[in-house]
Design a protein around this ligand. Structure first.
Ligand code: SF4
Length: 340
């Protein structure tokens, strides 16, 4: 293998280091993302999974610098994109970066698309904001983009309004807007949740195709492990603002370690089993203001909890090469015979 190629591949496109993102509630800061570190390499698809309230979306808004002003803030840590620390960038540099190098698509395209402007107008705005282009060429490029995301009759759709399109077509338009400037990183936050299963599969296939053609990296935020299995190279499992497990997709599905991951996998309906009830995880994710300050945040829901789980905070550690887990069952500081 070409060593130069290997070296380039290993340099992360995105390097999130010890990120803490807090929300101000009645004058007190509560961490929605708490000491999170991870990397995304060029051309890699990284899935971030967990239930609602685990901090997945807050993390993506932190990366995009789109936290609600005056309420949410990056309290500490670094977000380094393509070698540049985003915290050191000015507002106008961030605006340039957004859409150009990093783009995002959201779950419900109807809330992201402006209902009073045509599809063409909204696509052309991206070109006008990021490139120097004539109105005619922007329109032609918009039509070509719509075609590239699988929209038939793009010459007609370009003059239509969002409400005239189906949910699947609106999501295709959102993808077209997101990839208009060929970003290096696309953050897709539950991009298929609002769609029916057939359209979901088409959109995932489209994203994967674009990723391969454009050599793009993707962070895929989802609660759906089926989507992760289909799409991702690496998976990060989050619980209550922290990463509890991180590994490649094969290992996560065949050798999950953290009890939360095991329960998430157990909750996937299986084709070959006839169950009257689907498995679910008892209890709920603790709210920001009720977050345990010490011990494992999953302790009150964990079927394997031990007395020390409420007094010792587990750290994310390598349990084997390329497999990190934050659980006292795998605490490498314990003598081997004490490990279960
Ligand atoms: Fe369960 Fe304890 Fe591991 Fe937390 S540290 S996941 S409570 S066994």
């Amino acid at each position: 293998m070409n060593p130069e190629k290997t070296r380039i591949k290993e340099v992360p496109l995105l390097d999130v280091r010890n990120l803490e993102t807090a929300f101000d509630i009645d004058g007190t800061d509560y961490n929605a993302v708490d000491d999170v570190s991870f990397q995304v390499k060029p051309r890699q698809i990284v899935g971030i999974v967990g239930e609602s309230g685990c901090g997945k979306s807050v993390m993506s808004l932190s990366i995009m610098q789109l936290l609600p002003k005056g309420i949410g803030k990056v309290k500490s840590g670094q977000i380094v994109f393509d070698g540049i620390n985003l915290e050191k960038m000015s507002e106008s540099q961030i605006n340039k970066l957004r859409g150009n190098d990093v783009s995002m698509i959201f779950q419900e395209p109807m809330t992201s698309l402006n209902p009073v402007f045509t599809i063409g107008y909204q696509l052309q705005e991206v070109f006008f904001n990021h490139t120097i282009i004539s109105r005619r060429n922007a329109r032609l490029r918009s039509i070509a983009l719509l075609k590239s995301v699988g929209i038939s009759r793009p010459e007609k759709i370009v003059d239509e309004y969002p409400h005239q399109l189906s949910g699947g077509m609106r999501q295709r338009v959102m993808i077209a807007i997101a990839i208009a400037c060929q970003p290096k990183l696309l953050i897709a936050d539950e991009p298929t949740t609002a769609l029916d299963v057939t359209v979901q599969a088409q959109i995932l296939e489209l994203l994967k195709g674009i990723q391969e053609v454009n050599d793009m990296s993707i962070i895929l935020i989802t609660h759906d492990l089926g989507v992760v299995a289909e799409m991702c190279d690496e998976v990060i499992v989050m619980y209550a603002g922290k990463i509890v497990e991180r590994t490649d997709v094969d290992r996560l599905f065949h050798n999950p370690k953290h009890p939360y991951t095991t329960l998430l996998l157990g909750a996937i309906p299986k084709m070959d089993e006839q169950e009257d009830r689907l498995n679910s995880i008892q209890g709920i994710v603790p709210s920001l203001i009720n977050m345990p300050q010490v011990g494992c945040r999953f302790a009150n829901r964990c079927p394997k909890a031990m007395p020390e789980c409420t007094t010792i905070t587990p750290l994310l550690e390598n349990v084997e090469q390329g497999h990190e887990v934050a659980c006292l069952l795998f605490d490498t500081s314990k003598p081997k015979e004490e490990m279960r």
